[in-house]
Structures are given as structure tokens and as C-alpha cells.
Design a protein around this ligand. Structure first.
Ligand code: NAP
Length: 296
């Protein structure tokens, strides 16, 4: 297959393109700086990109978006978070409508915050309603709607926390846990939904090859856990103890209004992925952490 990827330099993009390339597929990276390698093409998602960039592609993947944990969410950074998601999604969707011939399918990053900030213990599948309030739920709805101009089937990849050694949510947690300073976050009762990077890549590849793939897919294991169990398991896998607890008010003090948006309870199930014949190689948290984390 020939695959075009935007946002290819990030955590998921790097693992995904390496996985495809290792199996002999051709991957073209859309880059926002001057192209510096034969597999790179310059694109400016804020302009009107050339639909010829998708020429000959079977699959187009959008993984672009400024980092949620990278900076404090000032008003200006919220605009960056929003535009860096909606702009590339819309630009790629419009390109598929003008490409001749168009790719077969578009796989578009989204996130589980589509379902809201905090939905308690309710099990959430793809047929659940979107969240009604909160910044992330609002931009995630817009992010998905931005692909409406696409002329081809679009899969919305509603990803949970992607767990990996070198990026994502564990970047902040691992150094603390390795020093035995890991803490329980929030009340401990919030559900966290997650997947290992390896299974996230496998799931995206599964959808890319599934002829009937279209619409939303939750990319989370079938075993979401409460945050107390999450931190306990992480400490255990690292051979440390989680001694402290960071209460919700302290998180709010240090993270501002980001804390509930990022840590609120979402118990998300991969219903449509499972129906589509996908099996997780690491469905449970301790398996994910043992598989993804290097000792040390
Ligand atoms: N990792 C997770 O736990 C998780 C969970 C839910 C959803 N997601 C979403 O899935 C996508 C991929 O996740 P990831 O973890 O691989 O993200 P990542 O490591 O932060 O990479 C995202 C990529 O987006 C591009 N980008 C960064 N800032 C941008 C900007 N201002 N404008 C346009 N593009 C920008 C960059 O690629 P280039 O420099 O190559 O353009 C960057 O490598 C993101 O949209 C993320 O929000 C991730």
C-alpha cells in the first residue's frame, strides 16, 4: 500500500510509519518544514495544500495536533490546540475531495474526550452521545466534523491514553514513579481508558485494511481501570510503591482547569473494533505496561 501521513513525527506517527515501512509499504510523510528526505513532502495545513500530495495514495492518515501536556492552557494555547487539530483535518479532507484518484480511506485522529470530561462509571461505546460541556469535548467534536468535506470513507480514531516508554502521558509519570515518588492522581475512583502503543498501531493498521471501515472507533483496551489501580499497577510493574496521593484540588492548583479535562472518568470500550475482528495482544494494564516499558 501507499500511505500518506500528517503528524508523522509524533509518538503514534513514528511507530506507525516504521511498522508499515518494515512490512514493505510505502509511507509518504507530510512535513511542515522543508522536505529533507525522499519520503517527505512539504505541506502547509493552514494554506490550501495541493491535492496532488495524495496522488497514488491508498490511505491517508491524520495524526496532527499540538501536545495537550506541552504547555499551560492559556487562552492563546487553547487556540493552538484547536487550530492544530481542525486545520489539518479539514485540509486533508478537502484534498481527498479534489485528488484524482482519491485515496480509498482516511484515518483521522480523534480522542476519547469526545464523550465528555467526566462520565463516571458509565460504559461508553461508539454509539454514546458526545459530552455536552468542556473544552476538549468541544474541540474533539469540531475535529471530527472537520473531516465532513472528505469524498471518501473516514474512520475517527477515538484514542484513549496511549501508553509508551518514550512519549504520551507516561512521559510525566515515569520519572516520578521510577524514583518511588509516584502518586495517586485525583480521587482514585476515576476510570482511565488506555491502550499500549503497540496495539494502537495494530488497530490503526487493522482499520486501514478493513474494506468496510468507516465512522468512529474507540482505540482503548476492553479493560479500563480506576486511576488508583492504574497508579498501583504502574508502581508494581516498575518495582516501586506509589506512596503519595495528589488530591484533585492540588492538581487543579498546579494544572489549572486542565486537570478534570485530562483526568476525569471515562470508561470507554472498543466495541466497534472488536466487532471488526480486532484482538488486543495486551488487553490488560499490567500486560500493556510490561510490554511497553523498558526496565530501569
Ligand atoms: N498519545 C495519546 O495518548 C493520544 C490520545 C488521544 C488522542 N491523541 C491524538 O492523536 C494524534 C497523534 O498523537 P501523538 O501522541 O502521536 O501526538 P504527538 O506525539 O504530540 O504528535 C503530534 C504531531 O502533530 C504535529 N503537530 C504538532 N504541533 C502542531 C501544530 N501546531 N500544527 C500542526 N501540527 C502539529 C507534529 O507532527 P509534524 O511536525 O510531523 O507535523 C507532531 O509530531 C494527536 O492529534 C493527539 O492529540 C493522542
Amino acid at each position: 500500500m501507499r500511505i500518506v501521513i500528517a503528524g508523522s513525527s509524533g509518538l503514534i506517527g513514528t511507530a506507525l510509519r516504521r511498522s508499515w515501512a518494515a512490512d514493505g509499504h510505502t509511507v509518504i510523510r507530510l512535513v511542515r518544514r522543508n522536505a529533507a528526505a525522499p519520503d517527505e513532502r512539504f505541506w502547509d495545513p493552514t494554506g490550501s495544500p495541493d491535492p496532488g500530495l495524495l496522488s497514488g495514495a491508498d490511505v491517508v492518515v491524520n495524526l496532527a495536533g499540538a501536545g495537550l501536556g506541552a504547555r499551560r492552557w492559556t487562552r492563546a494555547y487553547r487556540e493552538v490546540l484547536r487550530h492544530s487539530r481542525i486545520g489539518p483535518a479539514r485540509a486533508l479532507a478537502e484534498m481527498t475531495a479534489r485528488a484524482d484518484p482519491p485515496p480509498r480511506i482516511m484515518l483521522a485522529a480523534s480522542g476519547m474526550r469526545y464523550y465528555g470530561v467526566d462520565r463516571g462509571d458509565r460504559e461508553l461505546t461508539e454509539s454514546d452521545d458526545p459530552g455536552r460541556s468542556g473544552f476538549l469535548p468541544a474541540i474533539t467534536r469540531e475535529w471530527e466534523a472537520a473531516t465532513d468535506p472528505a469524498a471518501i470513507p473516514v474512520c475517527h480514531l477515538r484514542m484513549g491514553l496511549v501508553l509508551a516508554q518514550d512519549g504520551g502521558v507516561l512521559t510525566q509519570l515515569l520519572p516520578l514513579f521510577r524514583r518511588g515518588l509516584g502518586a495517586r492522581l485525583g480521587t482514585g475512583r476515576e476510570f482511565w481508558s488506555y491502550t499500549g502503543l503497540t496495539d494502537a498501531v495494530r488497530a490503526i493498521r487493522h482499520l486501514a485494511e478493513l474494506p468496510s471501515a468507516q465512522g468512529p472507533y474507540n482505540i482503548t483496551t476492553p479493560d479500563p481501570v480506576r486511576s488508583a489501580e492504574f497508579t498501583r499497577t504502574l508502581a508494581e510493574v516498575l518495582g516501586r510503591r506509589a506512596l503519595l496521593r495528589v488530591p484533585t484540588w492540588a492538581l487543579r492548583l498546579s494544572l489549572g482547569d486542565v486537570a478534570p479535562e485530562v483526568l476525569g472518568s471515562l470508561r470507554v470500550l472498543p466495541t466497534r473494533l472488536t466487532e471488526a475482528g480486532f484482538g488486543f495482544t495486551q488487553p490488560h494494564l499490567h500486560q500493556v505496561l510490561r510490554h511497553e516499558l523498558r526496565p530501569g
